[in-house]
Write a protein that binds this ligand. Structure first.
Ligand code: AMP
Ligand code: MG
Length: 362
């Protein structure tokens, strides 16, 4: 689907100027690059693409290639599709731990490698083996009740990133516990966006963006701009923007519980799970991260949500080129803001209010 103007639903909003259909088809500047925007439901959310090209057909064909790639990644990595490569791997543990490793495709290998590195660096706060817990949590969202003790205990017994054995020499994986369920939802949108930007660049299209809700990868900025400008929703008042970030050839992610939480007996439980308790986070926290790779930005924002501000900042400082802005909200509604050392270099003033006019602010 091609669109002429849109507002991204959830957490991050793009500030680049929408391109009008008339301008897109204006033959008078056929030599110049023109911006084309597309959006489509994918992976349970809405993905969007921005592609700058001299030729509309080139942009349309590239967008089609991007949708095909996203679809392929969904077929491989989804924990909803029973026959995804990920779920087929997990099913091998139905009657006990896998006796032998199995070779997996490049995408599954790459995302699981990144996820295992994330687990190590975050000391298990980011853990893609939380699948049994996310399944309980999805039920809780529907029934508005917490899982019963036995179900929680059973799910907790099947969790642990150390049960995932990776063999880099053979790109093979062995799951070392019975009834494991992997869930790459905390890293897949950043990973996918990064893959799509890579694909578009391979086609010679460098001024591009791909993203979904809170997870975006960007290439070179729109012509005439220094950087892509992205607005972050306020945790306290989601209809307002709290911050503005400027990046190029980078990834940005925001994790928060604004849209996907369960209210149970008056308490809000985030869709992000603390692997130590087995339950959704109850503290209010919104985390925006930037990193040279969108895959990293994605897992780090989820990991920091679990770790909290202090440990989260320590984690992000250890990652090359990464930065974070963390907002916590206490029970009285008081916000507290934390920024990592590198964050100020990515923050910009509100382009709508800063002089002289939005387009000149980079
Ligand atoms: P995000 O929106 O990127 O912060 O990711 C949230 C999603 O990650 C959830 O919907 C789950 O699918 C998954 N998830 C939840 N808790 C964790 C965790 N502790 N580690 C890794 N993934 C998680
Ligand atoms: Mg994430």
């Amino acid at each position: 689907m091609k669109t002429n103007s849109f507002r991204l639903i959830g957490l991050i909003t793009l500030l680049s100027m929408p391109v009008l259909a008339s301008a897109q088809r204006d033959g008078s500047n056929s030599g110049a690059l023109r911006g084309f925007q597309y959006q489509q439901p994918e992976m349970g959310t809405v993905f969007q693409l921005q592609i700058w090209s001299a030729d509309e057909k080139e942009a349309d064909d590239a967008a089609q290639a991007a949708w095909d790639r996203i679809d392929q990644l969904n077929q491989e990595l989804s924990d909803y599709l029973p026959d995804s490569e990920l779920n087929q791997l997990c099913r091998r543990t139905d009657s006990g731990p896998m006796k032998e490793p199995v070779r997996v495709g490049d995408d599954l290998w790459n995302i699981l490698s990144a996820a295992m590195e994330a687990a190590k660096l975050s000391d298990g706060a980011f853990d893609v083996t939380v699948g049994p817990l996310t399944r309980l949590q999805r039920q809780s969202r529907k029934t508005h009740t917490l899982p019963d003790r036995q179900a929680l205990k059973d799910a907790m017994s099947r969790i642990g990133w150390r049960y995932v054995k990776m063999d880099p020499a053979h790109h093979s994986v062995q799951l070392l516990h019975a009834k494991m369920q992997l869930d790459v939802g905390g890293i897949a949108k950043g990973f996918t966006s990064e893959q799509v930007v890579k694909l578009l660049k391979q086609r010679g299209l460098n001024h591009v963006l791909c993203g979904a809700a809170g997870d975006i990868a960007v290439g070179d900025p729109p012509p005439g701009r220094e950087r892509w400008r992205i607005a972050i929703q306020s945790l306290k008042n989601p209809e307002e923007m709290s911050d503005y970030v400027a990046i190029r050839n980078y990834g940005i992610s925001t994790s928060g519980d604004t849209y996907r939480s369960a209210i149970i007996k008056g308490e809000r439980y985030s869709h992000i799970i603390d692997p130590r308790s087995g339950l959704g986070l109850r503290k209010r926290i919104g985390v925006t991260t930037v990193a040279p790779h969108a895959t990293t930005a994605d897992w780090v924002s989820t990991a920091i949500s679990v770790l909290g501000a202090e440990k989260g900042l320590a984690l992000v400082e250890r990652l090359d080129g990464a930065a974070a802005r963390i907002v916590t909200l206490d029970e009285q509604g008081h916000e507290k803001v934390y920024e990592s050392k590198r964050m100020p270099q990515f923050l910009i003033a509100n382009p709508a209010t800063s002089a002289p006019k939005p387009d000149s602010v980079h």
